[in-house]
Ligand binder design. Structure first.
Ligand code: FAD
Ligand code: EPU
Length: 336
């Protein structure tokens, strides 16, 4: 056995919210063999197993009783041309933003709008990461995941992943799958996607390179979102709520300035950040935990705030938004 398992490991530096918590057992897996070993170790010792990437979409509210396996499977490779697209594979443990930068350096476009999202390649499909007008499902080709119960590897097509807005088959709490490798379909010929408003404002009508789009996305993101290495956070704490056209019309009458986006023929997506700001939470702190001054959708941790304090503030926010707008907010990160 090559696997090294540690006991009672602090989690504060292993997730971007930085709340104090511990795990009973901790290991890092750098290969498929080590992943198999970690799953067997968990089975033999009757432990819950939690795969962890960069920890940028998790909240720890209590000591984790089980084995956390940090997925550190590396490797990236340019493969075949398929129907005008270049297939590029990356190990689940690769850092997402570094991988995006590497694809751009290879002259391949497709991932530029998804620049600067924290975390790993392997976690990107979990909630079908999305930003600036692109979702992962549009650029993914396939992925390979390991079933911790049957110990089989399965190749998933995009359809099989059941991707939705901030969701997939892998985000379900009962999912037995651990993603080991992801393949993307990228382009040597650039077709910019600039329809997302802030990008459109800055770049529309200009002749741009993929690198310029990436730089602009990084610039916009840095102007609103706190850098987790400076201020603890997990990105958007709530999903943007999708409501019926009827419910939208009723709210819109009272708030005609409310930002909204078409989401299918009979549904409208609202901006949760705007709803939260209207409820006066923006910039509000309770101890170390608060709502970011520049983006009300982001709950931040100035120091030693706990996961329970984060969840308490999130409950107050969701309650107030529900009372004022009749809209239910759903938490985006996974809570443990
Ligand atoms: P983790 O937080 O480590 O894990 C998240 C979940 O996935 C956990 O349930 C974990 O068990 C599971 N998991 C992790 N790896 C695997 C694997 N290999 N196989 C199976 N399950 C696994 N998200 C967006 O969609 N768009 C954004 O624009 C965006 N911006 C962000 C900005 C900031 C500042 C921050 C802090 C977060 C942001 N996020 C955004 C959320 C987050 O970065 C993404 O969800 C990211 O994909 C999480 O990656 P991770 O490796 O950190 O996952
Ligand atoms: N807004 C406010 N007040 C705020 C925040 C936002 O009024 O405090 C308004 C903005 O003015 C704008 C609208 O809300 O009219 C949307 O804001 P923004 O463009 O900043 O995006 P968002 O909807 O808040 C979503 C994603 C982000 C993603 C960006 C860019 C969700 C839950 N969040 O944020 O993803 O980076 O769009 O595409 O869908 C994440 O998932 O962690 C994440 C950061």
């Amino acid at each position: 056995m090559t696997l090294s398992v540690k006991r009672q490991v602090a989690l504060q530096s292993h997730h971007t919210l930085g709340c104090p918590a511990t795990t009973e057992y901790w290991t890092e897996v750098r290969s498929l063999n080590e992943l198999v070993e970690a799953c067997r170790y968990a089975k033999t010792h009757q432990l819950n197993l939690l795969p962890l990437g960069g920890g940028s979409n998790v909240v720890f509210t209590q000591p984790f009783e089980g084995l956390i396996a940090k997925i550190a499977i590396l490797g990236k490779q340019i493969g075949n041309n398929q129907g005008g697209k270049v297939i590029v594979e990356a190990g689940a443990g690769e850092n997402w933003h570094q991988f995006v930068c590497w694809t751009l350096q290879q002259g391949l476009s497709g991932l530029e709008n998804l620049s600067l999202i924290p975390g790993t390649v392997g976690a990107a499909p979990i909630q079908n990461i999305g930003a600036y007008g692109v979702e992962l499902k549009e650029v993914m080709d396939k992925l390979w995941a390991f079933n911790r119960e049957t110990e089989q590897i399965k190749q998933f097509s995009v359809d099989e992943c059941q991707f939705d807005y901030r969701d997939s088959i892998f985000k379900q709490p009962s999912s037995p799958w651990i993603i080991a490798k992801v393949a993307f379909k990228l382009s040597a010929k650039f077709q910019p996607k600039l329809h997302y408003q802030p990008l459109k404002q800055l770049l529309d009508g200009k002749s741009v390179t993929p690198q310029q789009v990436s730089d602009t996305v990084c610039h916009i993101r840095a102007s609103k979102l706190p850098d987790p290495s400076v201020l603890g956070n997990a990105g958007s704490f709530f999903k943007n709520p999708v409501i019926s056209l009827e419910q939208f019309k009723a709210i819109y009458q009272a708030y005609p300035e409310m930002p909204h986006y078409q989401a299918g023929s009979h549904q409208i997506k609202l901006a949760a950040g705007w709803l939260i700001e209207q409820c006066d939470f923006k910039g509000l702190y309770q101890g170390d935990i608060g709502v970011h001054e520049k983006q009300a959708l982001v709950i931040v941790n100035k120091g030693n705030g706990t996961g329970r304090e984060v969840m308490a503030l999130a409950s107050q926010i969701a309650k107030k938004v529900s009372e004022q707008f009749g809209v239910q907010l759903e938490i985006e990160p996974r809570v443990y």
